[in-house]
Design a protein around this ligand. Sequence first.
Ligand code: F6P
Length: 477
Amino acid sequence: MATAGYDLVIVANRLPVDVSLDDNGEPTWTRSPGGLVTALEPVVQKSDGAWVGWGGSADLELEPFDADDMRLVPVALSEDDLTQYYEGFSNDTLWPLYHDVIQPPTFHRQWWDAYQRVNRRFADAAAAQAAPGATVWVHDYQLQLVPKYLREQRPDIRIGYFHHIPFPPLEIFVQLPWRKQVVEGLLGADLIGFQRGGDAANFVRAVRRLTEHTTRGQMVTLTDANGRVERHVRAAAFPISIDSHAFDTMARTPEVQQRAKEIRTELGDPKVLLLGVDRLDYTKGIRHRIKAYGELLEDGRLSVEDATLVQVASPSRENVGAYQQLRDDVEILVGRINGDYSEFGHPAIHYMHHSYPMEEMAALYLAADVMLVTALRDGMNLVAKEYIAARSDDRGALVLSEFTGAADELGGAAILVNPHDISGLKNAIMHAVNIDPREARKRMRRLRRRVLENDVANWSNTFLSVLTAVPVRSSHV
Ligand code: F6P
């Protein structure tokens, strides 16, 4: 049921804005800060585009509206949907399963029902917005069934899907009771993008093991009941990035440069400032990092007179039990280390449980001598890229977990670590602390070349041009 519609439709769990109602019942909105928004906003604005997503509060039934030159199409989610589809199936089943079962995933049939129901709602909303022959780009693990549901209604459109988080090895994925339905859901797309070649390969293995479709390299061939080729689906890596040039420009402004100096002064002018910046999530290796730092203080390899650690942990998914537990664990650990090692005027750890505006983050990155990205598993990790984009002075050192997507791209020049190996992590931190400035500069220049070359515009243009090359099928097929 094609309408006049839009030529490009983005479908993501969240809209690029958080919507609420003012006293007159009219929608007001604030731009949401995530990387996805920065990535896709210019693409939607430049094309005749619409964005389908949730507005950020429960039970918000709203008509489509325009904001920042984009057509925004809110999908309503009830309290129950949020509990079962968002907090439940998305963030307590899929999230831990797809991140190497760092936490045990919870499997509930009711949550699966809600996931299907909500995915159908997103697909219906997207189908109603797409012009004949349009391109629809679906995003992330919350919406893996949307490509299939959408294709059932609209065989005339091109469907792309990008998976922002890891796709797990087959041995882990097969634990999911609804594994076949999820694979078939994704195969509704023409092009399925992943962060790393390894994620794409894991997906293709799952297709081979769980379905009758044939695969060859990146291509999956779907056949009908008579064995006739219906269509091909390509699964490949498109590593996401940030708006590196904008970040670089912002970090060069006198205000940000000045603020970076102030931050160091406010922290008592330490010789070495170490920094961690994460959503408070158990995948980020925050406990491992703090433990390693605590042991370095205990061993006397670092002292609070010389060094301090700033840990920004922004609140996330606070209704999910594992996140509540993590907060307790991290805060107990920070409290213990501060109790054991802090001196007057020299706290061992500055722990902030809130978010900051981008300018303040850029100043913090500029102020930090050593950036610690110690995720146990991470689709990409854009914090690592932001740190690099901020360092136009070619200074600073990045300690980077080999279990991030970013390590595939930046591994040659970052100081790579296995965060489970606490002794190795301690040595890597000390390497970064004592790095020869010439070596640091050489590494940072290489990192910056990579991050400035592959920016987010490059990512979305590449994905969309590969998707656009897929021939459109006529609507009677
Ligand atoms: O990395 C996956 C992701 O869904 C991002 O798109 C998002 O910024 C982040 O996790 C936080 O997700 P949310 O607050 O929407 O659960």
